[in-house]
Design a protein around this ligand. Structure first.
Ligand code: ADP
Ligand code: ZN
Length: 794
């Protein structure tokens, strides 16, 4: 037998190794093995096992261990050892990862790497073993039979008897904990061990990320009719799918992505027969506060009852302790959390609990889509439109689409939830690839908040000078403070001022290595680049004309905090953004203080826009709704609408109806007009027409190619050479304009050129792409990033 192995150390290809007879029976695909590579020993994963006869260049030669496979170059080398008796990847997961590598033009090695948490992969983290003290059965018997005489006769001191009694009552405990709490020395217990009263043995102790958290158990709520219908569609419709749905079970993106030869082997076609039983994914489109989470919880309870497991994907910034508590409150110990904020040991233990089947429900950010859940029956993608599901390094996968593909391969249910679905998912409902469940009302008949749009072109000029707060917003905030209600102020820009501008010569302080203006941070009086993190003191004079008249242009959350404090001197104000949360736990602290009413006004970036449930918030103010509209990206409108809907959804989630005030300089923009009524349907209808006319996703597939390097001429030359190879071999219906500088023309010292490749299917454009990569590979000093189904084209 021959094993095809992906080595940790080599990206480009797989390697074949002979399987020694001694381990042949044990070896399974997905296992981690040690193999010789050059003069070293290397770690790798078995991707497939094939018979020697399947490789025509192999002949069998007599060797040390009987007949062994060999090529013209000599005998194949042997696998040295199996690392772990359990596979790291199931055959289905391997199939998923092979698809992923093909679809996203990445190597198998990178796909495997992103599917395992680092502490599991690196081999340095181990299970934690601690000494556990336990009374022996005889001791327990003596004590239970209430025959202290039996022990007393054995010359034990009263103190020793007391210790044994306490340890028995506690049913044992960790050596260090017992010593601390019973105030005894370890030697005292060791002596009792020697005398046969106790056992002290190493035991694997789980590092539990929820250990010191108060989890309040919750029980299922009686569902509203719309929730019940959604649950029925998710759980009841498992086999209600037409037998010939074939590939319709896949999203647009996933459907035609059956792999391309970036891999050294033929990429797999998912078995079509399997599709017959795969249920169609459900798009759960429910307005904010409509109780989507309750539907998720009950759908999970349903699959658990049937012995299945579930994965819940949550956007990175919404994966707060509060979110985890909601799931842990319902499912307790069955929950495993995978999150990069956990310690290495916790991540290691959580992953192993999942693989061992000890945890059936996994909650995590995008990489949790690969969790080795046993009998996977349901994958939930909350806030499915979130761009954070896209990984911004190789492999640039979108976890939402990977979830749909995994659901198809494993024949399990997939639920995509959102109040503002992605245009792609909406299109998949329209063409019958997804089923739609709709929650049009808020839970408990709470009304949607009323939305008011303020035209800052008029309202923003009070007393003859530009103002950041409109009169209307100030009055409304004062009103809310007077009644003890809470306010959220939203601005999607951190820092104090967005740029430092010389009023005399127009000079704007820019990062030396990125083509963006510095952001002024007042807390430490520094200029920071939000792309590369560079940090400089503010120059005393304009570097261009030596004028001291620097002005802070644009606003950031820090400046809002200061202005708000002067406008509302009695209010307790807090700020939550990436700068406010560098201290460990402070993210959670700021949120809990707000939730418990210790702060009145919370100012923040998109970190406060999503997922939070603050029942006492009755006013949300959006300070500059246009901040994200004027960027050269066709998704700007969609993103703005989504963000406004999300942040508006934080208002009026309790007893008192909510109010939203949106300040804008472009009140007529479709994204802002639609936000007035939180009307996703009408926004989607307009946006869909624009996308159709411009042949943009979901009507086409986009691959963004970015050439990067420190030497601009070289980068531009490489991009043009590539373009010359690519453009003549593109099929009809595919489209690729000449390379040009990216909107973000320079980042971290690298010049960036981009090409936006479009086609009606991914397959039609990845083939010529691979060919061009072979014909005009980027030279030394230039790198090429391939972003399939790119979400951002900056
Ligand atoms: P979404 O995720 O759709 O924004 P949530 O799941 O956070 O909404 O629900 C909003 C609020 O409504 C929560 O406080 C939740 O407990 C409550 N809720 C949800 N479903 C019901 C129900 N069937 N009956 C009563 N309250 C509910
Ligand atoms: Zn920079």
């Amino acid at each position: 037998m021959i094993a095809r192995i992906s080595l940790d150390a080599v990206r480009e290809r797989l390697f074949d190794y002979a399987v020694p007879a001694a381990i042949a029976a044990e070896l399974k695909v997905g296992m981690r093995v040690q193999v010789p590579f050059g003069s070293r020993t290397c770690c790798g994963y078995v991707i497939e096992c094939i018979a020697a006869a399947e490789r025509p260049d192999i002949v069998m030669q007599p060797g040390l261990f009987g007949d062994e496979p060999a090529t013209a170059k000599g005998r194949l080398r042997h696998i040295i050892a199996i690392d772990d008796p359990l596979p790291f990847f199931s055959p289905q997961l391997l199939q998923l990862l092979r698809w992923l590598a093909g679809y996203y033009c990445a190597s198998m090695e990178s796909a495997l790497r992103s599917a395992l948490p680092a502490p599991v992969r690196d081999g340095n983290t181990k299970a934690r073993e601690l000494l556990f003290v336990c009374a022996t059965p005889q001791t327990e018997e003596h004590l239970k039979a209430d025959s202290p005489s039996a022990i007393a006769t054995q010359k034990l001191s009263a103190r020793q008897r007391d210790l044994l009694q306490q340890i028995t009552t506690r049913q044992g405990g960790l050596l260090n904990v017992l010593c601390r709490e019973l105030k005894c020395a370890p030697e005292t217990l060791r002596r009792l061990e020697k005398q046969g009263y106790l056992t002290i043995e190493p035991q694997q102790i789980r590092r539990d990320p929820l250990a010191n958290r108060t989890i309040i158990p919750s029980s299922p709520l009686p569902l509203m009719p719309q929730q019940a219908a959604a649950l029925q569609l998710i759980c009841g419709g498992r086999h209600a799918v037409a037998a010939d749905c074939g590939r319709a079970g896949l999203s647009e993106t996933a459907a035609d992505g059956c792999g391309e030869p970036s891999l050294p082997f033929k990429a797999v076609e998912p078995p079509v027969a399997a599709a017959a039983k795969a249920p169609l994914p459900v798009l759960l489109y429910g307005v904010t506060g409509s109780g989507k989470t309750e539907v998720y919880l009950q759908a999970i309870a349903h699959v658990l009852e049937q012995g299945g497991g579930a994965i819940v994907l949550v956007p990175e910034i919404a994966l707060t302790p509060q979110t985890v508590r909601r799931f842990a409150g319902r499912f307790g110990d069955k929950i495993a959390v995978l999150h990069s904020a956990l310690s290495e040991g916790e991540r290691f233990d959580e992953w192993h609990r999942i693989r061992a089947g000890e945890a059936q429900v996994v909650v995590g950010p995008r990489s949790a889509v690969f969790a080795p859940v046993k009998n996977l029956a349901l994958i939930i993608v909350d806030e499915e439109h979130e761009p954070s599901y896209k990984q911004d390094e190789t492999p640039r996968y979108n976890a939402r689409d990977v979830a749909v593909m995994r659901g198809w391969i494993e024949k399990c249910g997939v639920v995509l939830g959102s109040a503002t679905p992605a245009m792609e998912s909406w299109e998949n409902v329209k063409n019958g690839k997804y089923r739609l469940a709709r929650l049009a009302l808020r839970a408990e008949e709470r009304p949607m908040p009323t939305v008011e749009v303020i035209d800052m072109r008029i309202e923003g000029k009070r007393d003859g000078k530009p103002q950041i707060f409109s009169r209307r917003l100030i009055d409304t905030i004062e009103d809310r403070l007077a009644t003890g209600e809470q306010v959220i102020l939203f601005l999607n820009r951190r820092g104090y001022a967005t740029s430092l501008l010389c009023t005399k010569c127009g000079f704007i302080a820019q990062c030396d290595s990125c083509s963006v203006a510095y952001t002024y941070h007042r807390t430490d009086s520094r200029l920071r680049c939000h792309i590369c993190g560079a940090c400089h003191p503010v120059p005393p004079l304009c570097p261009a004309c030596s004028d001291p008249g620097f002005r802070y242009a644009g606003i950031g959350t820090q400046r809002i905090e200061i202005i708000a404090q002067t406008c509302f001197p009695k209010a307790r104000i807090a700020r939550l953004d990436a700068d406010a949360t560098t201290r460990k736990h402070s993210h959670d602290d700021i949120l809990s203080a707000f939730r418990s009413g210790k702060t009145d006004i919370l100012i923040g970036t998109q970190m406060i826009a999503k997922g939070h449930h603050f029942p006492n918030v009755t006013l949300v103010g959006v300070l500059m709704a246009d901040a994200g509209l004027h960027i050269p990206d066709y998704r700007a409108g969609e993103r703005t609408f989504q963000l406004l809907a999300q942040v508006s959804g934080r208002s009026g989630r309790g007893e008192i109806p909510g109010h939203v005030i949106i300040q804008t300089y472009t009140p007529d923009h479709p994204a802002i007009v639609a936000s007035r009524t939180a009307d996703f349907d009408s926004f989607a209808t307009q946006e869909r027409e624009l996308r159709r006319e411009a042949w943009l996703p979901p009507f086409s597939h986009v691959i963004c190619l970015t050439f990067k390097g420190p030497d601009e001429e070289k980068v531009s030359f490489a991009a043009n050479a590539f373009f010359k190879q690519l453009s003549p071999i593109l099929p009809n219906g595919a489209d690729c304009p000449e390379p040009m500088p990216s909107p973000l023309a320079r980042a971290k010292g690298d010049y960036r050129y981009q090409m936006i490749l479009r086609g009606s299917s991914i397959r039609s454009i990845t083939r010529p792409l691979h060919k061009a990569t072979r014909l005009a590979p980027p030279p030394q000093g230039v790198s090429l990033a391939i972003d399939v189904d790119a979400l951002s084209i900056m």
